[in-house]
Design a protein around this ligand. Structure first.
Ligand SMILES: Nc1ncnc2c1ncn2[C@@H]1O[C@H](COP(=O)(O)OP(=O)(O)OP(=O)(O)O)[C@@H](O)[C@H]1O
Ligand SMILES: [Mg+2]
Length: 265
């Protein structure tokens, strides 16, 4: 089934604002090259509210990327429905960040971010200003004229994130965006994401293998079961929205991380 925009809109959950989209009864089968059926997702139900940050965790192969790709509209071959409060405009309302930053090597940092704006022609007049603002947000103003090969992995990932934000999508979807980075760079990018969220209040759904990352960034953490992926639990993160490096030292942070780790076992 395709993105269902005619179905009833998602209702919001009581403690977080307005419903943006609802995944309802979504199941997915793949057929392998040998003709075997792989039951990847089973009856997944999830409502995403506007402005919230959701982390999806679960064992390898449980269908996290599959679910994210369906929300993104990159795969519309599934059972069930994904209902949006307002129909997403293709290439405009959904920003996607892949695990490996897919930058154009022949464009500068600035040129790569600008690409996000060029896809929607009416905003071109203020493109330069917007590119500058976005690069500043992630501390890359000094590298606007650099090429991707001249950047570190973490810098490239920051460019990919602000490029996805450049066209002002309604939702930012990220599939293990920090997976390939060292711990220090990861922590920096976490704080970049929190700052971006402070400025833009974007709805963010991201997949991660790190329970600390999920707990530090998210409002809610979705735990998926081994294949076929089901939602094993959805947890409200028991921390203030204001997060900072000191959050990682709090006993309630450690307790929550420990609880998530236990659930994954
Ligand atoms: N194109 C495909 N054809 C056949 N099977 C697929 C395809 N894509 C994914 N699968 C299968 O579906 C299941 C879920 O895959 P998916 O990539 O969504 O898992 P994941 O949770 O993102 O795993 P990881 O944490 O390793 O990235 C896996 O068993 C995988 O082998
Ligand atoms: Mg994956």
């Amino acid at each position: 089934m395709k993105h269902d925009t005619s179905a009833s809109p998602p209702s919001s959950s009581p403690d977080t604002g307005r419903g943006l989209l609802a995944v309802r009864g979504v199941s997915k089968d793949y057929t392998s090259v040998h003709g075997e059926t792989v039951h990847a997702l089973d009856d997944v139900n999830l409502t995403v509210d506007e402005g919230e940050i959701i982390a999806i965790i679960g064992p390898s192969g449980c269908g996290k990327s599959t679910l994210l790709r369906m929300i993104a509209g990159l795969d519309d071959d599934y059972d069930g429905e994904i209902a949006w409060e307002r129909p997403p405009r293709p290439g405009r309302d959904i920003g996607f960040v892949f695990q490996e930053p897919a930058l154009l090597p022949w464009r500068t940092v600035e040129g790569n971010v600008r690409l996000g704006i060029e896809v929607q022609k009416e905003r071109l007049d203020r493109a330069d200003e917007r590119v500058a603002t976005l690069l500043e947000l992630v501390g890359l103003s000094g590298f606007a004229k650099s090429f991707p090969k001249e950047l570190s992995g973490g810098m490239r990932q920051r460019v990919a994130i602000v490029r996805a934000l450049a066209y002002d999508p309604r939702i930012l979807l990220m599939d293990e965006p920090f997976g390939a980075l060292d711990a220090i760079t990861r922590d920096r990018l976490h704080d970049d994401i929190l700052r971006i969220w402070e400025e833009t209040r974007k709805t963010i759904v991201f997949v991660t293998h790190s329970v600390e990352e999920a707990a530090y960034l998210a409002d809610r953490v979705v735990v998926m079961s081994p294949r076929p992926g089901r939602l094993q639990a959805v947890h409200q993160v028991p921390l203030d929205r204001d997060r900072s490096p000191a959050t990682r030292e709090l006993p309630e942070f450690a307790r929550f991380v420990g609880m998530l780790r236990g659930e994954l076992r």
